[in-house]
Design a protein. Structure first.
Lengths: 273, 264
């Protein structure tokens, strides 16, 4: 009998093992839901899978009586617009500031401690300040996302630049490169794939801040919706929404990973070796 | 006229002395090899030639003028590792030299300038035997091919001196032989000055027209860093001649020799 650390599942068994936890959770939910519904058919806490599917279809196809919009799509569009705006602005700023501070000692000395202090501020604690300053509209939510993920992304990219072997910067100088040219042709191109990695890590936090901001003050959005229907214990809506948010987060993560693969072939081949 | 001149050069870090009282004149066209035990300051000396380090005492001159305090296009370099840019293809790596020179703001060439630069880049790749690997990324090249690329890249700027920091140290013996032939051929044809640090004594003898040995002349066992290394031997060499027999036996002590390779 080989040691446990040397045993690996085959393809089929591996797939089964991967699906097993999901299946167990669904099974446990169905059991509990059936038991509760048998006792009280009006129970709202654990709706049956069928009633959730019905609710989801309704949310995704029927216009709302109040606004005339189809809620699921309107909420998704509003939330994704906020999330993408915040994440895109953070990516651009992180790339510029992160590579510059990583490359230029004067900037690093001046900005690093400040950024470290900034990253320590719990972002949600400044949400009231953002609401007071920028109003309760879109801007404050986008700013919250940026404030929540940008310091971390900058520090991450700065470290990536510092990890580039010093030999490369010497070599670039012996080829006649100026600071600007080295930033443009050596530091930034090698940091770009790292930017996508850093963004993938930051997305979890970005969702957190988005939903928190929407829960507190918004007129639409995925986070707004689930906190709104919470008052009516509307688990039929909340659970499918949570599943939908999870799916969106997964797709974004997958997309970023593929982009890295498509845009930077040298990055994936280099790491495989 | 000497390309490199050192006059009473010292390098100290606080109370630790790395190099002491180095005097050196390197003539244009010399192939200087530098050997010595590890930690004897030969790499520090190379970094001073690069401009990464500055001497704490004495003078270091390049073509009669003080050595610039940062790396520049007059001194090309090939390190043992990380000498090429992983995010550029072989062609892109060589082309970069032209792009940095001709496009100050964008660092990219377009149109006719790019086509002309591409021709020169292709020629240089051919010259080092990488013509068929132009489109490959460094991670797809073998160690020897990566070093060929690094040499090609360094030569694009027609540097005054080519600095080599143990460039073949990580390569297999067979590949190393090919690289020796390549570097000698380039040195002869381009008539450049080469300054090469190696820990391989045989390599130093085979390649150089002149070999420098760095060693400590004084050692205080209670304070190992109290004295620095200096140039203890400065040996003129003939290419193709076996010079090991003419050396004083004391000199070979503490130097890693490659007898196993000599018997091949």
């Amino acid at each position: 009998m080989r040691r446990l650390i040397n045993q690996r599942p085959g393809r089929v068994l591996g797939a089964v093992l991967a699906l097993l936890p999901f299946a167990l959770v669904v099974l446990a939910y169905m059991t509990a839901s059936t038991a509760r519904l048998a006792e009280n058919p009006g129970d709202k806490l654990l709706p049956s899978l069928i009633s959730m599917a019905d609710a989801l279809v309704r949310l995704a196809t029927e216009p709302s009586r109040r606004t005339g919009e189809i809620l699921l799509w309107a909420d998704t569009a509003a939330s994704l617009a906020r999330l993408m705006t915040g994440v895109a602005i953070s990516m651009v700023l992180a790339l510029i500031v992160g590579t510059a501070t990583g490359l230029i000692p004067y900037l690093r000395r001046s900005l690093s401690p400040f950024l470290a202090a900034l990253a320590m501020i719990p972002p949600l604690s400044i949400l009231p300040i953002l609401f007071i300053t920028f109003g309760v509209g879109e801007l404050s939510k986008v700013v919250l996302i940026i404030f929540g993920i940008l310091p971390f992304m900058i520090r991450d990219l700065q470290q990536r630049v510092e990890e580039i072997p010093g030999e490369q910067f010497v070599k670039a100088q012996t080829l006649g490169g100026s600071t600007w040219q080295i930033l443009l042709r050596v530091a930034i191109p090698q940091t770009l794939p790292r930017l996508f990695d850093a963004t993938r890590l930051a997305l979890g936090a970005a969702w957190l801040f988005l939903i928190a901001a929407e829960a507190i003050a918004a007129e639409n959005g995925l986070g707004y919706r689930i906190f709104l229907v919470r008052r009516y214990l509307d688990m039929q809506t909340i659970l499918p929404y949570v599943a939908w948010i999870t799916l969106l987060a997964f797709l974004l993560d997958w997309l970023l990973r593929r982009l890295n693969y498509w845009f930077f072939p040298w990055y994936s081949t280099g790491r495989a070796k | 006229m000497s390309v490199i001149e050192a006059r009473g050069l010292w390098k100290e870090y606080g109370r630790d002395v790395v190099l002491e009282d180095i005097h050196l004149n390197v003539a244009a066209g010399d192939f200087v090899t530098v050997v010595g035990a590890s930690g004897c300051g030969k790499s520090t000396f190379l970094r001073m030639l690069l401009g990464e380090e500055t001497p704490t005492r004495g003078e270091l001159l390049l073509d009669g003028r003080p050595m610039p305090e940062e790396p520049g296009p007059d001194r090309g370099v090939v390190f043992q590792k990380y000498s090429v840019f992983p995010h550029l293809t072989a062609l892109g790596n060589v082309l970069l030299a032209e792009e940095l020179e001709q496009a100050a703001i964008t660092a990219r060439l377009l149109g006719r300038a790019r086509r002309e630069a591409l021709v020169r880049a292709h020629e240089m790749l051919e010259r080092v035997g990488l013509g068929s690997a132009a489109k490959k990324y460094p991670s797809q090249l073998s160690g020897g091919m990566q070093q060929r690329l690094a040499i090609a890249q360094a030569l694009m700027k027609n540097p005054r001196i080519l600095l080599l920091d143990e460039p073949f140290g990580a390569l297999d013996p067979g590949i190393r032989k090919d690289m020796h032939a390549l570097i000698l051929e380039l040195w002869e044809r381009l008539e450049i000055t080469v300054f090469m640090v190696t820990h391989d004594l045989k390599e130093g003898f085979d390649l150089g027209t002149r070999m420098l040995v760095f060693d400590k002349t004084r050692v205080d066992p209670h304070a190992p860093n109290a004295y620095g290394a200096t140039i203890t031997y400065d040996i003129p060499l003939q290419h193709g001649a076996r010079s090991t027999d003419r050396l004083p036996a004391t000199m070979l002590e503490g130097l890693p020799s490659n007898h196993d390779e000599e018997s091949n």
